[in-house]
Design a protein around this ligand. Structure first.
Ligand code: SF4
Ligand code: SF4
Length: 339
């Protein structure tokens, strides 16, 4: 069984973060040299990423903290390092060093042998080799393909280099339901690799160009874009993310803090303002990524009355928890302790 600590005073989240940072610093003892803080800075125009103000005391606990992240797969302001860092600073994260691990263009990779399930060698951002101690700061929210995103997704997908991210997404190939499509072209405008064309007033996806980022599914107002029914792609993506997560943590000291705040149905990669669908719950902390995501999901279910992500995104997000447990990333068996 793993321990998960729960801080529920939503009006004083910074106090809770400091409490968790202090616990981590104590566990580290003298090895507080360079600590990587894995975070998602939020896509341009997104507003519900982790509030940087809550993290501002980090230097009181670690002598050399660095925000770490990887460039993303699709075209946007987080595709290349310079612009990625500029967005991070615009969003308020410029108070400590920012290290983008997969090189200026996202291609720099270290292959970590894992040999589990679908993954032989996980392609992780090369810069991870500099960090033996990592604190994973995850905004808990929905995700169009995995149902929800928490700690496992933050390290699995989040630390993948561009070839690694492509490997994880390779099983996702959406299709357009021409009957439902009204030709508004919103999907085309949001496809960052120009894989969508309009033909006779309907959207058409190019299989050659599509990278499976699922942004078109997220933005279509008619629910006309979907991953084909009966296709196991979303479960395959979840399994690959878990396998990449297992590779990323190999040989490292890891700590996890999940923020159950400003929770939205879609992820922080969405390039627009989203409205949270429920009240804030608090923050949780653990050494176990499976336990912390399980506890986060169950806290959301308890407070909302059911799994809102499953109801909205039509994905069985629990699959990633069960699979992660199966491959030894952690356990779904936890004890929740209030602090
Ligand atoms: S966003 Fe939906 S309705 Fe609009 S063009 Fe694309 S598939 Fe059709
Ligand atoms: S999933 Fe959709 S938005 Fe993403 S690359 Fe493919 S067609 Fe474009």
């Amino acid at each position: 069984m793993s321990l998960v600590y729960f801080y529920k005073d939503v009006n004083n989240i910074k106090t809770g973060v400091n409490n968790f940072f202090e616990r981590i610093a104590k566990e580290m003892g003298s090895s507080t040299a360079t600590v990587g803080l894995k975070i998602h800075f939020g896509e341009e125009k997104n507003t519900t990423y982790i509030n940087p103000e809550w993290l501002k005391d980090v230097k009181k606990f670690f002598s050399d903290p660095v925000f770490i992240e990887c460039n993303v797969l699709y075209r946007g302001r987080r595709t290349f390092t310079d612009d990625h860092i500029a967005v991070a600073k615009e969003h308020g994260f410029g108070f400590i060093e920012i290290d983008i691990l997969n090189g200026k263009k996202g291609e720099e990779t270290v292959e970590i042998p894992i040999n589990i399930g679908l993954t032989k060698n996980a392609k992780i951002g090369r810069g991870i080799e500099k960090y033996r101690s990592i604190v994973v700061l995850s905004h808990f929210k929905g995700h169009i393909i995995s149902g929800f995103g928490g700690a496992i997704k933050n390290i699995g997908m989040g630390l993948g280099s561009r070839p690694g991210k492509l490997d994880m997404h390779s099983s996702v190939m959406p299709v357009i339901d021409a009957e439902k499509c009204r030709g508004c072209a919103l999907c085309k405008e949001n496809c960052n690799v120009h894989a969508i064309d309009m033909e006779k007033g309907k959207a058409v996806i190019s299989k050659e160009k599509c990278i499976g980022c699922a942004m078109c599914i997220a933005v279509c107002p008619r629910k006309a874009v979907r991953v084909p029914f009966g296709n196991d792609t979303s479960e395959r993506l979840m399994e690959k993310m878990a396998e990449y997560a297992a590779a990323a943590v190999k040989g490292r000291c890891m700590w996890y803090i999940n923020f159950l705040t400003d929770m939205t149905y879609r992820c922080d990669c969405v390039k627009r303002k989203q409205k949270p669908f429920m009240k804030d719950i608090g923050i949780v902390f653990s050494r176990d990524p499976v336990a912390i995501d399980t506890a986060s999901l169950e806290l959301v279910e308890k407070n909302f009355g059911k799994d809102p992500f499953k109801a909205h995104n039509h994905r069985n997000g629990k699959h990633i928890l069960e699979y992660s447990e199966k491959i030894g990333l952690g356990t779904m068996d936890y004890e929740l302790r209030e602090v």
